[in-house]
Design a protein around this ligand. Structure first.
Ligand SMILES: Nc1ncnc2c1ncn2[C@@H]1O[C@H](COP(=O)(O)OP(=O)(O)O)[C@@H](O)[C@H]1O
Ligand SMILES: [Mg+2]
Length: 485
């Protein structure tokens, strides 16, 4: 091994091996003695200082670097001579008006006795690295700001399940002051054991399957239970190796509560509508029966008494005879009127002969009253339970009322059938102007809404579709639950 004595000898030899090594070194290198005179300097360093090695050999380093570099180096060089230890500094400096980041290492060259004979300065321009680091830090700051402003919990874990990064919301959720405090920890450090085990299992499955996983889970923390929606994704490198997992979770407790409330309210409204509907139907039946029975009874009595009067009127009283006759006609008309009103309220045919017959009657009655041609087709051999039959009948009535009021149609078909899925299907189609989508979904289309609600109550659907200029079709589908007669 060469001693330091050799080294200083070699340094003076421009063709020596040490000179060659220092020459090909990618950093600026110079060697100074205790008086800080330059013993050696490589071309790279000399060129950076604006000259050639020969120009600088023998000069004091302070004169090369100028102010204030020279003074600083002088401090460090003297320190190395004093302590015999390496000094490493990273400083921001200007060289020929160019701001640079400089990594300077000052290394002692010692004699066998341990005495420092010379100091080697190795100076590296690390500006590129520092700038890259600064750019990276800046990017990180942006990302941080973004993540910390996220109203979700965000995290990134390595394959071992250690947190590489988390956002502020995550830190808060697990009771840590700062996101940085969570880095390096695992789920077991920040969550209750059971919860942590579940998360670790989830991560495993995400990494094994390499697929995103969405879970809605209930989390009990600090006595309160909260709902979280969590998304976990594996992180892969360019070659497809799993680097870890990333995920975010949002607290959906409030949303869940509102959803449940809304559902409950809807159900209540449905129940209320069903109740109102059945009360209305009962009322109709009662009124129809009373009109029919009581009024009908009274009119029958009147008619009989008028017959009696007609026979027993004293002869020759033409005026009285005419009045009795007019009264008889009026009573007959009133009987018709009572029948019509009561069957409009609740066709007895619905109770007596069932849905099919009632729809045929409805179609006939509709055609007579409106002058719109009406074809009815019903299966002859089905019997629908009374309550279900009434609901379908009322929907048909509503659809026909709409045809009369809005369609401007000349023809309407009513089709009742049982489909392949054993559902009772009612189609009411007209050849009118055709309902628009906007009309179908208008919030004040309460007739249509009522139809949909009634169908839903029976576990079915009601659809309304229009084609401009060609007509409208209402399709009701409900589970049949009847029998074939
Ligand atoms: N057969 C039809 N042809 C054309 N337009 C219709 C038809 N049925 C309903 N509409 C349109 O849809 C709207 C909503 O109907 P509906 O809910 O029954 O309310 P309403 O009959 O009280 O107006 C009607 O106002 C009408 O504009
Ligand atoms: Mg209507």
């Amino acid at each position: 091994m060469a001693t330091i004595g050799d080294l200083t000898k070699y340094l003076g030899d421009p063709d020596g091996p040490l000179t060659a090594v220092i020459e090909i070194f990618p950093d600026m290198v110079f060697v100074v003695d205790q008086e800080e005179r330059v013993l050696h300097i490589n071309t790279l360093a000399a060129r950076s200082l604006g000259g050639t090695p020969e120009q600088f050999i023998g000069r004091r380093q302070g004169t090369l670097f100028g102010h204030p570099w020279g003074e600083r180096h002088s401090l460090f060089i003297q320190k190395v001579f004093r302590t015999g230890e390496i000094v490493v500094t990273e400083t921001h400096q200007e060289l020929h008006d160019t701001p640079l980041w400089i990594d300077a290492r000052l290394v002692p060259l010692k004699a066998a006795s341990g005495e420092v004979r010379a100091v080697v300065g190795i100076i590296r321009d690390v500006s590129a690295r520092v700038q890259a680091q600064e750019a990276l830090a800046e990017r990180e700051a942006y990302l941080r700001a973004m993540l910390d402003n996220f109203p979700f919990l965000v995290w990134l874990k390595d394959v071992q399940g250690r947190f590489l990064a988390v956002n502020q919301a995550f830190a808060r959720a697990c009771g840590r002051e700062r996101a940085g405090n969570v880095v390096g920890l695992t789920d077991f450090d920040v969550w209750p054991k059971e919860l942590a085990q579940r998360y670790v299992d989830d991560d495993r499955s995400v990494m094994d399957t390499r697929k995103q996983k969405d879970v809605e889970e209930i989390v009990f923390a600090e006595g309160a239970s909260r709902w979280f929606e969590t998304f976990k994704t594996p992180v892969l490198d360019r070659r497809g190796n799993v680097l870890g997992t990333t995920g975010f979770a949002r607290d959906i407790t409030e949303r869940q509560r509102l959803d449940a409330e809304l559902r409950a309210q809807r159900e209540q409204l449905r129940a209320l509508a069903a109740h109102v509907e059945s009360v209305r139907e009962e009322e109709r039946v009662r009124i129809a029966r009373e009109i029919h029975d009581e009024l009908g009874q009274a009119l029958t009595c009147m008619s009989m008494d008028l017959g009696f009067l007609d026979k027993h009127l004293p002869r020759g009283n033409a005026e009285a005879a005419a009045r009795v006759s007019a009264l008889t006609t009026l009573v007959k008309e009133t009987v018709q009127m009572v029948r019509r009103i009561s069957s409009e309220l609740r066709p007895s045919i619905l109770d007596d002969l069932g849905l099919g017959a009632a729809m045929e009657w409805l179609g006939h009655d509709f055609a007579t009253r409106t002058g719109i041609d009406c074809a009815v087709s019903v299966p002859s051999n089905v019997s629908v339970a009374a309550e279900r039959g009434t609901v379908v009948f009322r929907m048909c009535q509503e659809a026909l009322t709409n045809v009369a009021r809005h369609a401007g149609a000349t023809h309407v078909s009513i089709d009742l059938m049982i489909d392949a899925d054993d559902r009772l299907v009612l189609d009411v189609s007209d050849n009118g102007r055709g309902i628009t989508d906007e009309e179908v979904h208008r919030p004040d289309s309460l007739g249509l809404l009522g139809m949909r609600e009634r169908a839903a109550l029976l576990g079915g659907t009601a659809e309304v579709k229009g084609t401009p200029g060609q007509g409208t079709i209402v399709t009701v589908r409900v589970p049949f639950e009847g029998g074939k007669a």
